[in-house]
Write a protein that binds this ligand. Sequence first.
Ligand SMILES: Cc1ncc(COP(=O)(O)O)c(C=O)c1O
Length: 377
Amino acid sequence: MEKKIEIAENIKFLEKSAIRKIVEAAPANSVNFGLGEIQFPPPRYLIDHAKQILDSKLLGYTHNAGLLELRECICNYYNTEFNNNVCVSNGAEEALFATFFSYLNPDDEVIIADPTFLAYRTIAEMLGAKIVAFDLDAASNFSLNKISFQKAFSKKTKLVVLNNPSNPTGTCFGKDEIDLIVKTCAEKKVLLVVDEVYRELFIEERPESFFSHKADVICISSLSKSHCLSGWRLGWAISNQPELIEPIIKVHQYLSTCAPTLSQEIALKAFSKTGMEESEKIRQQLLTNRKIVLDYLAGINILPNKSLPYLFVQVEVNDVKFAYELAKKGAIVIPGSAFGANAYGWIRLNCGIEKNSFLRGLKILRSYLSFIYLIDN
Ligand SMILES: Cc1ncc(COP(=O)(O)O)c(C=O)c1O
């Protein structure tokens, strides 16, 4: 018999995502509200700078942890002194992978929220760790179910990973929720990893970073959302305890040597005063789009969100079927239950897409929702 090259056991469970199947059901010119990416162009200021850099620098490898000046800039963003406590990565995704790889052994338990960003489960499971989910309650605007959170801990718990603000709900944890999370992790000596990639896209008030808490906390973020630089692959992991970042730098060295040097140069500008003003313009543009959605979908239950670009819309019926049927009509959304069973009956809608198709898509969505909500089409 011919010998077959087998893939590794650890990744055999990986499948084509449910989301991809929905996209495939949609006609060619469908409006895609399902994207996990903001469709606005990156700031001209950064692109022009990139061109200058290309003409003037060699762009070899940098230090594995990133350009020193950039690591200092990132610390400055967190109002802290540089202390070898940052690892610049290929987007937040690589920082997450390097962090999990640095701390998880097979059979360790990882606590995640239900619902939450899909990658946490997948990365942990690829490393042989077990997922334990705690509830965010749909009935109370996806707030933390404190009993469920505390019950999720066991002797095997190694790490809690949160997303604040949240993808998919756009909500943030409140002060008492944060206090409980940080205190519980500190008491149980569990590593807390907080993915804050949507922090700059707040609606009213910029959420505080978990960085400032006195616990074993690693914060992860990137420029993908704040500056619409998703393809530039520039993220980081930071902690107020340098020893927590040290193993991540080693893993990152073998994953990718360093983040793209051109992107690191651009990041220096992204953190400048002008760069942050450009990020603010992106936020304003998203706020305008959010208002259009809220006006257009008046009468429909939309979760009060604290950050962009996602809006979480209650459809009450089977959300997966809803998303399939809507896709056939030309608008793509992500069913809430793709992010966890507690989000059954909801859909995620990205409002960071191009204006014309955006309005066309909203029309399709409203017309479809009008049967459920008995509102005018
Ligand atoms: C919560 C969350 N974390 C991380 C990422 C990945 O970000 P990056 O492009 O920086 O890898 C995404 C992308 O959608 C996300 O939604």
